[in-house]
Design a protein around this ligand. Structure first.
Ligand SMILES: O=C(O)[C@@H](CO)O[C@H]1O[C@H](CO)[C@@H](O)[C@H](O)[C@@H]1O
Length: 511
């Protein structure tokens, strides 16, 4: 096996180098502390329901609508066919997942997790809608309507919508200083999952009238958002859009961003206090050096009034992200499908042009030697030397040809032999792999859901089944966490996590 080039402490100067380069192989102090923390906090074998009373901004038990979970698990009002639950094998997961969505419901939108993430996040909401579909179709549509109601005039749909104030998250509305959305929002976006969810809800809808009405209303907003991507992030018409902030990628501290982020010169920042570290062990979160740069970019964009042309030209971080581009391409396929269902033939041709261009452009991101797709740094023009779980997402996008798909399946099989649970977010043989640190190693249910969808589309059903069963086992054994250690299975990050719950429902109750 060819070892990828590693960002070692000696190849990166100064303090930053030592903080970006990790030493999971020997196990540094951070890593050991995090493992001890994870095993102390992991929920033991029986999956638990979230506590109903909550500090943390959670609604009081008395404010919750009365819930008869057993009855709901039995009468599935969306009509989705229970997949493997005839034996009741997954009834505890179903029950807990539904309860999590209800407890994280803030009225038309779902927060990802109490305390840690108290607002509406973009791709979280789009994926969570798929979970809501198994409880309440109307509520599933509302999730998407609420997200798209925050759309900016230029078409962008922001990465966070600040519906109500919260002291538990930083940086909040006062730092972003954007007034475009009625309730305030960030000034960047996230991977555009929404059109994919609209198609799925539309296809599985029982209430066809509601589905047609809502999809027809949402369609122009989705089209405007996709147009924004090409105007704002691909002004040269390459077929691949740029990502200007690691938060836009959704895979915030991916090793793929290390070198590009290291080149962002840190501004003189006002003093700040990270609230995430009050909720989660610091060894499971991005490092300070990364946060300083995240904030530097936020202030840079704010000072440019979030003007889309200025941002593209002045951002000191600009990459071609596989996750965003795979999701955008898949979303275009689904948007085109929707255009045909609702009689928007006028949009069909425009979307077809995007699809054709991207289909070809994706080949420039395939690394035949590594047998995986890679991101590109747009400021250096170089392919980024990091194999991450995003490298499998071209399967979800359907842009891989059959030989590329076979190579990806083989790569995935090699990765699975190195860890107990797949899919790790970074190649487990890479020295940058850290099994508990957020997007640098842990398993994420949402990524697994997209990878399994892609594997099945290319006929790798058995491999898809393995990844799906790994995820359900993780949840069953450890709880519905934000992410999981691929080596030990320990749950990490936030607990009672909405999109993990939603993916379980989407898998177990899939139509
Ligand atoms: O760490 C954070 O504060 C936020 C910033 O957007 O990102 C994480 O959390 C968000 C909420 O779950 C996700 O959408 C992102 O992909 C990421 O996992």
């Amino acid at each position: 096996m060819v070892m990828p080039k590693v960002a070692s402490a000696t190849s990166m100067p100064g303090l930053l180098a030592s903080s970006f380069a990790c030493t999971n192989v020997t196990g540094d102090m951070d890593d050991l502390k995090a493992r001890a923390f994870a095993s102390a906090t992991a929920t033991p074998v029986n999956i638990s329901l979230p506590p109903k009373d909550g500090a943390d901004g959670a609604p009081k038990a008395s404010e919750q609508s009365s819930i008869n979970l057993k009855a709901e698990a039995a009468s599935n009002n969306s009509g989705l066919r229970p997949r493997a639950d005839a034996s009741g094998k997954y009834s505890a997961i179903i029950e807990a997942s539904k309860e999590i969505l209800k407890q994280n419901d803030r009225g038309g939108y779902t927060i990802p997790a109490k305390g840690l993430y108290p607002y509406q996040w973009n791709w979280d909401s789009a994926l969570v809608a798929l979970g809501w579909a198994s409880l309440d179709e109307t509520r599933a549509w509302e999730e998407l309507e609420k997200l798209l109601s925050a759309q900016w005039n230029d078409g962008m749909v922001p990465h966070i919508v600040f519906h109500q104030p919260s002291p538990t998250y930083f940086p909040g509305p006062e730092i972003w200083g954007s007034v475009e959305s009625p309730r305030g929002s960030t000034g960047i976006t996230q991977p555009p999952v929404a059109a994919i969810s609209v198609r799925r809800l539309f296809e599985s809808a029982h209430d066809k009238e509601l589905a047609l009405k809502t999809a027809t209303e949402l369609f122009p907003k989705l089209l405007a958002w996709h147009r924004w991507f090409y105007k704002a992030r691909d002004p040269e018409g390459t077929g691949l859009v740029a990502t200007l902030h690691p938060w836009e990628s959704g895979m915030d501290n991916s090793p793929a961003w290390d070198e590009a982020l290291e080149r962002v010169p840190v501004a003189k920042l006002p003093p700040y206090e990270r609230r995430d570290l009050g909720h989660v062990n610091s060894a499971m979160r991005p490092r300070k050096e990364e946060y300083d740069r995240y904030l530097t970019l936020v202030y840079l964009f704010r000072d440019a009034d979030y003007d889309l042309k200025k941002l593209y030209n002045l951002s000191t971080f600009r990459v071609t992200d596989l996750c965003t581009n795979s999701i955008l391409h898949r979303a275009n396929l689904d948007l085109q499908w929707l255009a045909r269902q609702i009689g928007r033939d006028d949009a069909d041709q425009e979307i077809a042009t995007w699809i054709a261009r991207t289909q070809v452009a994706f080949n420039s991101l395939y690394d035949p030697a590594a047998q995986i797709y890679k991101c590109r740094d747009q400021l250096t023009g170089q392919m980024i030397d990091a194999s991450t779980s995003a490298g499998f997402l071209p399967l979800f996008a359907r842009v891989a040809d059959t030989a590329q798909a076979a190579a990806l399946a083989a790569t995935l099989e090699r990765w699975l032999k190195k860890v107990r649970y797949g899919v790790p977010s970074c190649d487990p043989t890479d020295a940058r792999f850290e099994p508990l640190r957020y997007w640098r190693g842990p398993v994420w249910a949402i990524v697994n859901w997209m990878i399994t969808d892609g594997l099945r589309a290319y006929g790798y059903d058995a491999l898809a089944e393995t990844v799906e069963l790994h995820t359900l086992e993780l949840v069953e054994q450890h709880g519905i966490y934000e992410y999981f250690d691929p080596v030990t299975g320990a749950g990490a990050g936030g607990s009672y996590f909405s999109w993990t719950a939603a993916m379980c429902l989407a898998w177990i109750l899939r139509p």
